[in-house]
Write a protein that binds this ligand. Structure first.
Ligand SMILES: *Cc1c(COP(=O)(O)O)cnc(C)c1O
Length: 342
């Protein structure tokens, strides 16, 4: 289908590879072929899914005369880190509004934000939750008063503009499927602010990708993401009145949040370590680790039994491993002879 994409700026290293996971398939596949779409390879500092959205968002910012990007998220937000580097690469100022008290030792994504020269403001959880809209407004006025113009980018870059990133990624996946001989697949992705899931779900319909898209939620619940996908799609349709009308249904694999957003249990850490040894892939405890555990649990329960191929979208997040290194205590000791314990 000839879709009229808005302008984007090439920032992501694409197309990313689609790789067959031979050893992981043998362990977890139960007859399925497991594949990984390596969106953790979209860049080094720009690693992960957010850069696909930011390609469109940054073009929108520049085309609208903005010199500053403001966005928000947790202290270890991958989206905020990616925005910080996109800004630095394009000569735009970046101001991050982060949720939580800053630790005395900045680690992972937070540390990288400083290297990218982003301005960082931290707000206590309660204030962040109640005031984030006003905070965006306040800082936009601040920059306007200085003669600048700041674009407010919502959580995760998940809005009507950002969803183009994964609509476009579905064109890539269609080529990948063809090259790999995949005729029909289930696609599994972590879902947090919903934009990746919205883009993939819409893109699969728009590009006739023979796939069913599933989001494993890492916060909130299934209903939240059904509503979020519907509202992201609605915003996309309102912004771009010429787009084709498609009907889509968001599918959510709920039950893998555990004790909350950003809090992983031992199964998640153990699975990250196992996949690292087995395939040389590093997942993260906030998003992809939980999504992978969700996928293999659902495979074992027979969720995908009508279809041979399952594609896991590796959405990145590697820098989130470092601040959570304590979660691997005991797990790595037990398996890593280099530590001298086995
Ligand atoms: C943000 C993020 C996700 C979730 O993507 P959304 O579009 O926000 O739902 C998944 N994985 C990683 C590593 C992320 O940083």
């Amino acid at each position: 289908m000839a879709l009229a994409y808005p302008r984007k700026i090439d920032l992501a290293q694409t197309p990313t590879p689609l790789q067959h996971l031979e050893r992981a398939s043998a362990i977890w596949g139960r007859g399925h072929r497991l594949w990984v779409k390596r969106d953790d390879l979209t860049g080094s500092t720009l690693s992960g899914n957010k850069v696909r959205k930011l390609e469109f968002i940054a073009a929108h910012a520049i085309d609208n005369g903005c010199d500053t990007l403001i966005t928000c998220g947790g202290l270890q937000s991958n989206h905020c880190r990616a925005t910080a580097f996109v800004g630095a690469q394009l000569g735009l100022n970046v101001h991050l509004l982060l949720r939580g008290e800053p630790p005395s030792n900045a680690d992972g994504n937070l540390f990288l934000n400083y290297l990218a020269g982003a301005k960082v403001s931290c707000y206590p959880l309660k204030q962040y939750l109640s005031d984030i809209d006003q905070l965006f407004g306040k800082w936009q006025e601040h920059y306007a008063a200085q003669g600048g113009k700041a674009l407010a980018i919502p959580t995760g870059g998940s809005d009507g503009i950002g969803v183009w990133g994964y609509i476009a990624a579905c064109e890539e996946l269609r080529e990948d499927f063809y090259a790999a001989g995949i005729e029909q697949a289930h696609i599994v992705t972590a879902t947090g602010s919903g934009g990746t899931q919205t883009g993939l779900t819409l893109g699969a319909a728009l590009h006739d990708l023979p796939a069913t898209v599933w989001g494993v939620n890492v916060c909130d619940d299934a209903q939240y993401f059904v509503d979020k996908v519907a509202s992201d799609k609605e915003e996309w349709e309102q912004r771009y009145p010429g787009v084709p009308a498609v009907k889509v249904q968001a599918r959510v694999l709920d039950g893998y949040v555990g004790h909350g957003y950003g809090v992983a249990d031992e199964t998640v850490f153990a699975t990250i370590a196992e996949l690292g040894r087995l395939e040389g892939l590093v997942l993260d405890p906030v998003y992809t680790g939980k999504a992978f555990v969700g996928m293999v649990t659902e495979i074992a329960a027979g969720r995908f039994k009508n279809c041979r191929d399952i594609v896991f979208v590796h959405t990145g997040g590697i820098f989130g491993v470092f601040p959570q290194r304590a979660g691997f205590d005991g797990i790595l000791d037990a398996n890593n002879a280099l530590l001298g314990h086995s």
